[in-house]
Design a binder for this molecule. Structure first.
Ligand code: CA
Length: 233
């Protein structure tokens, strides 16, 4: 697997290079957006790890130029602890996933493997399907049984995160970091409240419930309608 990492921060770039190489990937690191774009256009890569804030051309510029040219290489964006709008924008421009800095290497590896798996299944399809749920990342739309679900931007990001990692149990900490930028050891119940609201929209009207609570750990979007024993845990 050949990965292009476009990242201008030396420490993060070195961290990516070392970690990915140790995990058997072949890595090309590039520190400018314009150079990264030229590389991505001219050489085959299995995935691109793309920082948003870059010299030359921004990550958004790289992404929109690639997608505009019909290049569907899987892209994992790295976003600063910034606004939710950045994440939404990345997905709208055709990013397959995003990761909020600072991130752990294991989390990066999980996301990278997940986008690689997905692109192997269906390289040109931006729609995630989990049972009768469809999540269209660039359009920011979700449907169940073909019925459009009316979600806020945060609810969409939460659902998209669960759908991208369907079958995996996601801890409240991971969810809070990736959707809200909250580093929390606090007693905040923001995740519980948001899950409850999301359930009202995506599960309550339907006989089959997709969101499962794993007591003491977190939440999981069920890949199949089998009992929980067949899921990842
Ligand atoms: Ca940067």
């Amino acid at each position: 697997m050949r990965i292009l990492a476009i990242e201008d921060e030396p420490k993060t770039a070195a961290f990516l290079q070392k970690g990915l190489t140790e995990n058997g990937f072949s890595v090309v690191v590039c520190t400018r957006g314009d150079e990264g774009l030229a590389l991505a256009r001219n050489e085959p890569f299995d995935a691109v790890i793309l920082d948003i804030s870059l010299p030359g051309v921004s990550g958004f510029g790289v992404l929109s130029a690639l997608r505009g040219a019909g290049n569907h290489v899987p892209v994992l964006c790295l976003t600063a602890r910034d606004t939710v709008e950045d994440r939404v924008r990345g997905l709208e421009l055709g990013a397959d996933d995003y990761l909020v800095k600072p991130f752990s290497f294991s989390e990066l590896l999980a996301r990278l493997r997940s986008i690689l798996r997905r692109s192997a299944l269906n390289p040109n399809d931006p729609v995630l399907r989990v049972q009768d749920l469809e999540v269209n990342l660039p359009k920011m739309q979700a449907k169940r049984q073909g019925v459009r679900l009316d979600l806020t931007a945060k609810e969409f990001l939460l659902l998209a995160l669960l759908a991208r990692r369907a079958g995996e149990v996601l801890s409240r900490t991971v969810i809070a970091e990736q959707v809200w930028d909250i580093n929390f050891d606090s007693n905040t119940n923001v995740v519980e409240v948001a899950i409850r609201r999301l359930r009202k929209k995506i599960d309550d009207p339907f006989p089959v419930k997709l969101i499962r609570t794993v007591r003491g750990i977190g939440y999981c979007l069920a890949k199949t309608n089998e009992p929980a024993a067949t899921e990842a845990w």
